[in-house]
Design a protein around this ligand. Structure first.
Ligand code: GLC
Length: 663
């Protein structure tokens, strides 16, 4: 059952797509203070799941989280905000229920941080809708919630292939080389990503003609090798006379405004930019129509970036900072002056005060950005998705975004933002997956190998052994860091085998993805969601159930040659160096230490289950469900969902078939 409680005058976020009548009774579970504050008393063993893309564990207890979409490539345990705002949690324990705080501005979740047994949620203003969801269990609560927020985006099948990306592929030759090197190393590759380097001076919907003289031909040449090129589009539009996107945006008032009605100026990669007002339907339509510049060249997928929106600095703040710095540095800089100086410089990027300085035009009314901040990225992806439905109505386009709010899951996937080549960021990515699925985000994954910092061969191999299970499987890294294309490592063979295993598992991953999207289920679940009476399962933070057949338990520690794994039931361990060289072994319920060498993948098949496995596939364009074998328990069966991989509605070509595992 879902009940909606309305406080004040909430801004319509479009997160919920079903009509739910406003409840008139007093909201259960929480004490409310009338100022946007909600308090719940946590019992000692209560678990709090959710918050989507956030830091820390699967169980969110013991920290303070702030939903305020924020560009933070340096995040770690001490961080409070990341790129998305996903305000849905499930409290599981003394009472089990879900709650969604539908609020577009800043909202804080103190989950037993200030006081261990108190959860206090505080919205910046008392203008919000709160949905309380009760049900049979956690999965039922998720199903009901997902039902009211609308079906999750389903990407084309090719998006499940392996992708290579790097900020810093400077020209056409770089791209051709990547394709060539992957081919000669015998590593399958379905996509290469184009970062901001392909644009002319970082201007959206332009192509640098010197470095990419014939992008259309490049797109076609790559496609003939089964490789899709996927360009980035950023939120900020460069201010430059004669640049059509800039000129049109100014002319039609499609950009966000200052209080005095001028177009607001921020600075991002291109220097000074305006931000499209994605909250205006006309501006969305206009910006979305621009994607045809690239789809006309044969492009079939995009990633949307810097759409929190990220602001490196605003001119006013920069001027104030420079003036202040001049004063600070004119004399002998003592410790206080020095700290003020470094703080001011660091405080330019993403300064929260800058988000109070601009406005959206919502049906003629000027709405301050900070009050609707968390909706910006969602509406950027919405703009692209809705336009592409008209531009290319016959097929799905790949979209994923960096910033998001619940509702964005209908328009595209998200990648988990800028991470680092740190071991802890493998675990962090894994811990976000169930919470993201709860909020509807199914198509997701991390920058494999790590975006910032220098990766190492062992980190890359372990990361591959985790990411090969995530729907979005992309190796991405920052300019200036160690190169991490797989063919550069000594043990290319091990990396190649991991990628091939991914391709063997795509029929399963895609089938479970379709089931999750079509039936409002989670693809990645905490163990306790399927084993609710198992106290040990409730504490497991580094293993996940994947679909209904698998459990994954990746290695995320350097130099580890194995790890402890908890099996909540008897399971079949599968150990693979390659898809043709594997062993299985049945292990009883309980704790086990499992050896896992660096070139080996280990995962678990649940009791009496099996998964489809394709030993030959090397490209999503050649996938053939008739060559599937079943891997798992003898006499078991698997219900396979498949479709043509591109029709906008999967129902139009869906096949459900039962595969049987021979004795
Ligand atoms: C942002 C993105 C990153 C990209 C970079 C340059 O940091 O998150 O993925 O490579 O910008 O475009």
């Amino acid at each position: 059952m879902i009940k909606k409680y309305v406080y004040g005058n909430p801004f319509p976020t479009d997160a919920v797509v079903k009509d739910i009548e406003k409840a008139e009774d007093k909201m259960p579970f929480f004490e409310t203070d009338g100022y946007g504050g909600f308090t719940y008393n946590l019992a000692e063993n209560d678990i709090v799941y959710g918050l989507g893309e956030q830091i820390r564990g699967i169980n969110k207890r013991g920290w303070q989280y702030i939903s305020w979409n924020y560009d933070n490539p340096n995040h770690h345990e001490d961080t409070h905000s990341l790129y998305g705002a996903h305000n849905f949690i499930i409290i599981s324990g003394k009472s089990t229920f879900g709650v969604f705080f539908d609020y577009a501005g800043k909202i804080e979740f103190d989950i037993g941080y200030t006081q261990r047994s108190i959860m206090h949620i505080k919205a910046a203003k008392n203008d919000l809708a709160v949905y309380i969801i009760t049900g049979k269990n956690e999965k039922d609560i998720v199903r009901q919630f997902r039902n009211i927020i609308g079906r999750s985006y389903i990407p084309p099948l090719w998006a499940f292939g392996y992708g290579q990306s790097r900020w810093g592929y400077k020209d056409e030759q770089d791209i051709r080389n990547v394709a060539k090197e992957y081919k000669s190393a015998g590593i399958p590759l379905d996509s290469i990503y184009l970062d901001i380097d392909y644009m002319e001076r970082y201007k959206d919907f332009t192509v640098d003609k010197e470095r990419f003289p014939d992008l259309e031909k490049l797109v076609q040449d790559m496609k003939s090798q089964g490789i899709h090129l996927v360009p980035i589009i950023d939120a900020g539009v460069k201010i430059e006379e004669g640049y059509d996107v800039y000129e049109e945006g100014v002319q039609h008032n499609y950009f966000c405004k200052n209080a005095d009605g001028e177009d607001f100026v921020g600075a991002v990669w291109p220097g000074r930019v305006h931000f499209p007002d994605f909250l205006q339907p006309e501006a969305r339509k206009w910006f979305g129509s621009k994607y045809s510049v690239l789809t006309d060249m044969g492009i079939e997928g995009f990633w949307n970036d810097m759409n929190e929106p990220a602001i490196f600095y605003t001119e006013d703040r920069l001027a104030d900072t420079c003036a202040e710095i001049e004063k600070l540095t004119s004399g002998n800089m003592g410790i206080n002056e020095y700290l003020t100086f470094t703080g001011m410089v660091a405080g330019l990027n993403g300064n929260i005060g800058d988000y109070d300085k601009f406005y959206h035009n919502v049906n003629g009314e000027m709405v301050k950005h900070s009050e609707v901040h968390n909706l910006y990225g969602m509406n950027m992806t919405r703009s692209a998705f809705e336009a592409l439905q008209e531009i290319c109505p016959e097929k799905r386009t790949l979209f994923f975004s960096r910033s998001s709010y619940i509702g964005a899951h209908r328009y595209g996937g998200i990648w988990q933002g800028d991470n680092k080549s740190w071991w802890s960021h493998i675990l962090q990515s894994m811990q976000q997956l169930p919470a993201l699925n709860m909020a509807g985000f199914l198509f997701t994954g991390s920058d494999t190998g790590g975006f910032g910092c220098d990766t190492t061969e062992d980190l890359m191999l372990r990361w591959l052994q985790y990411s090969l299970f995530t729907p979005l499987f992309r190796n991405h890294s920052a300019d200036g860091t160690r190169r991490q294309e797989l063919y550069r490592f000594d043990n290319v063979k091990a990396a190649a085998e991991m990628i091939k295993i991914r391709y063997s598992l795509i029929p399963y991953l895609y089938s479970e993805f379709l089931k999750s999207a079509m039936n409002d289920e989670m693809m990645f679940k905490p163990l306790a969601f399927d084993f609710p009476d198992d106290n040990m399962a409730k504490q497991v933070e580094d293993q996940l159930l994947l679909g209904n057949e698998l459990m994954i338990a990746p290695i995320y520690k350097q130099n580890a040659q194995g790890r402890y794994v908890y099996l909540p039931e008897e399971m079949m361990l599968a150990r693979m160096k390659s898809r043709n060289d594997y062993q299985t072994e049945i292990l009883p319920k309980g704790h086990h230490y499992v050896d896992v060498s660096l070139d080996e993948l280990v995962f678990f098949i649940r009791s009496k289950k099996a998964v489809p496995f394709d030993k030959t596939d090397e490209s999503t364009s050649k996938a053939d469900i008739h060559s599937l074998e079943l891997l798992g328990y003898p006499d078991s069966s698997y219900e396979l969902y498949s479709d043509n991989g591109y029709s906008p509605e999967p129902e139009d070509s869906l096949t459900v078939s039962t595969l049987y595992c021979a004795e």
